[in-house]
Design a protein around this ligand. Sequence first.
Ligand SMILES: [Zn+2]
Length: 227
Amino acid sequence: MKVLIGGKTLPVVITRKKMKNITLRVSKDGEIRVSCPHYAASAEIERLIYSNEAWILDQQLRRQKENEINREGVNGPVVYWLGEKKYVRYLPAKRDSLFIEGDILTFFLKEESDERIEKTFRKAAAKTLLDLCEERRGEWDRKICRDHYLKEPEISIRYMTSKWGVCYPQKAKIVLSTRLIHYPLECMEYVLLHEYVHFLVPNHSRTFYDTVRRHMPDYAFRKKLLK
Ligand SMILES: [Zn+2]
């Protein structure tokens, strides 16, 4: 079944079982789910959904926010690391560090405080991102810098909330946001190239994106993942 909620056509997952009433809920992913008796008519289910439209929209917004918080922070039970879901656990240790194995992300902490967790996470994220940048920069150093007689940039990682990347062409510097660690590697690769291309085109004009596309034909898909 499909319904029109908040101007969008959304699927409804219906589970029929031995029960008396129809119940409605919104799943963690924002999906509309209905449980109902075997004999419940579609019209009846639809009526229940439409009379709860405002409630559904509110629930979906809440779920979306919860998911966003889990992506941003590390205090939730789950964190996204390079686009993969990791379950977080905390263990006492002499020194603060972060260790990832399979789908478990372990914080080893001298004491469990938000401040320490945040610092440890950002340090590990910055190191991982920087190593990945160093592995990938060669092509852009060659095609963008050397071929245009430009200095190869110094790349650093910093915690930034309003931007994914910044570049300073005068100083030959590129800074990427630590928050890229939550997204698939393709996203970081795109932001890195984006900043390199700014050495050639300072604005976001058509020429800019044409240049990005020439080096990375699927850039639009990567860019969309960051939204
Ligand atoms: Zn830009």
